[in-house]
Structure formats: C-alpha cells, structure tokens
Design a protein around this ligand. Structure first.
Ligand code: GLV
Length: 336
C-alpha cells in the first residue's frame, strides 16, 4: 500500500507539474476533460481521503469540499484568482492554499491585447467571412474598424496584469489613464520606463475619456458588478470594453442591453457570467460586430501553463510538509 500523501487533480495538467507531484505523492486525476460536477468532486475527495487538492478556476472549493476531506492539508489552484475558494473556511481548518501570481501576467496581457485588437479591427468576423467564402473583392467600405494608435486606453486595475497590459500601449502612442485602489506610483514608474505616461483618475472620469476600457481587477465584494448600466451608458458609443478579469465584474444583463441598443461599440470578453455561457445565451446572439468571446484562455500558453503547474505543485508540496506555500493565497488575501 502507498503511504505517500494523495493529491487529487481535478483535470489533466502539464507534464512538468505532474512530475513534480509524482516524485513524492500518489496522484489521482479526474478522468474527463471537463470539470468534475461539484457533488462528484466532494464524493471523490471523501472516498480517496485526499491530503492535497490541485484545482483551478472552474472548481468551487467550499465548506462541502473541506468537510468531506478531513485529511486535506493543502489546496493549490492553478490560477492567480482565488475567488472560487472559501479562504476563510480553509484557514479555519488549517488548510494551506496556494495560487500562481505574477507568472501569468504577461501572457494574460497578451490575450487582453489580442481581444482589444480583434474587437477594434473586426478580426473574427473578417476571418469568418473568408472561411465562409463570402470574400469577393476589396472594398472601400468593407469591415471598417477603429484605430488603436493615438486612442485613449483606460485600464481598470493597475496590478500585475493591468500594468503588463498598459505597457503594451507604448507601441501605439496611446494616452493611458487608470483606476486602482489608490495611485500606484510603482506601476507608474515602471510604465514610464516603457514610455507610457499613465495618469490616475476615478472610474467615471476614465469611462468618459477612454476609447478602450480594459478590466484587470480581482473579483471581490467591491468589484462585483463594477461595470453596470450607469457605467456602460457613460462610455462612448464607439468605445470597446475588454474583460479578461472575471465575468462577474460586469453586469451581464446590462451588457446585453448595451450591445443590443448600441450604448457601446463592442465587448471583447475572455470571461463571462455565467461561465461557460450556455448554448444560445443572449450574449452569443449578438452579431460578431458587437461581441468577441473567448473561453477564459488568458493564461493559456504552453510556457505559462507549464510554469503555473509547477508553482501549483510546489504550493501543495509545501502545504503537505506543514509549511507556508511559496505563494500563499491566505497571505495574499490578508487572512494569515
Ligand atoms: O483566471 C485565471 C486566473 O485567475 O489565473
């Protein structure tokens, strides 16, 4: 019988993370490519008497999970965000929780820019027209988009990902303004080194000014529904909203109306509420000119996902050794 700690994986993970765990743990993984339904996750953890849990943003890790797994000592989420985990519940039961900050900032910023550019220059519908055989000739009025260069970029949340995103504005001669929990002088200085002069303002001011509004805040009680009807109506009719943060930061019902009634030009979303969008959801019924949606792939590059898997494994291994994880979510959230 294997007396090493047992770590349960809720999904297949990159090889390098698996190798790290398998050096000292027994590893059991959910067999399917989609998320385990919550009740099955709870049952599986109970049946296996798991010591560690390797999870991700699509898994809800709550009191039911903890109560079913009395041996659980370490949870590692392969994500920077930890809004899907009951951190207080974990702390009360002395369960370590790790996450993956920093490593994915540049990759997620790349994706946010890809969304911005896809929305501005109508890349997805243009590609679709060619694939559908609808491209017959060059046309002076065909697929007109918006300029990106010389426009004003509004960055909502100038943390690691927001800063990496703003840095990329340097090549486009943009005016950059941002909101944050307060002025972020360290980030401003970092951006200045790239030639980006980012000015701090409040959200209404940013919404008044920006041609592109990109969201980079964590999901908290304060940021849930941050972009709702008033904010969407305040944006310019030609403005584009980019969300690579969390779907719940935007009020879906208000966004639906904004797109239907033309309060804004386009929404380019990597995250949605609900997530995933059920087939036929109203957001998917808008014309591609109005909306671009990708399936929460902000950090999805081979390199970054490999590094995230190793960080997550290391966080779990530390928790199993009764040490603080190198990247503790409890510490990050100010809980411990
Ligand atoms: O959304 C993804 C993450 O939090 O890493």
């Amino acid at each position: 019988m294997d007396d090493r700690p047992l770590v349960y994986l809720t999904r297949e993970i990159p090889r390098e993370g698996l190798d790290r765990l398998e050096d000292s743990c027994e590893v059991v993984a959910w067999e399917e490519s989609t998320a385990p339904p919550h009740d099955l996750l709870v049952d599986r953890l109970a049946e296996l008497e798991a010591d560690g849990l390797f999870c991700n943003v699509a898994d809800t890790v709550d009191a039911a999970v903890f109560d079913a797994s009395p041996n659980l000592r370490a949870v590692g989420t392969m994500s920077v965000g930890y809004d899907h985990i009951d951190l207080r519940g974990a702390a009360e039961r002395d369960i370590a929780v790790g996450h993956t900050p920093g490593v994915l900032s540049e990759t997620t910023a790349d994706l946010a820019w890809a969304l911005l550019m896809a929305g501005a220059r109508r890349i997805v519908e243009a590609d679709q027209q060619v694939h559908d055989g609808e491209w017959d000739t060059w046309g002076p009025m065909v697929l007109l988009g918006r300029d990106i260069h010389d426009a004003t970029l509004g960055v909502v949340g100038l943390g690691g990902i927001g800063t990496a995103f703003a840095k990329r504005a340097a090549g486009f001669d943009m005016d950059v303004c941002y909101t944050h929990t307060g002025r972020n002088e360290a980030a401003e200085a970092e951006l200045a080194e790239y030639g980006v002069d980012a000015t701090y303002c409040d959200l209404p001011d940013l919404l008044d000014r920006a041609d592109y509004v990109s969201l980079h805040v964590p999901l908290t009680d304060e940021t849930a529904g941050l972009i709702s009807e008033d904010e969407l109506r305040r944006m310019d009719k030609e403005a584009i909203l980019i969300n690579s943060a969390r779907g719940e930061v935007v009020d879906t019902e208000a966004l639906d109306r904004a797109l239907a009634e033309g309060w804004i030009r386009h929404a380019a979303l990597d995250v949605t509420d609900p997530e995933p969008l059920p087939p036929g959801h109203s957001l998917c019924r808008h014309a591609p000119e109005r909306i671009t949606v990708t399936p929460h792939i902000g950090s999805a590059s081979t390199e970054t996902r490999g590094e995230m898997a190793v960080m997550t494994a290391d966080n779990i291994l530390a928790g199993l050794a009764d040490e603080d994880p190198p990247y503790s979510a409890l510490e990050h959230a100010g809980i411990r």
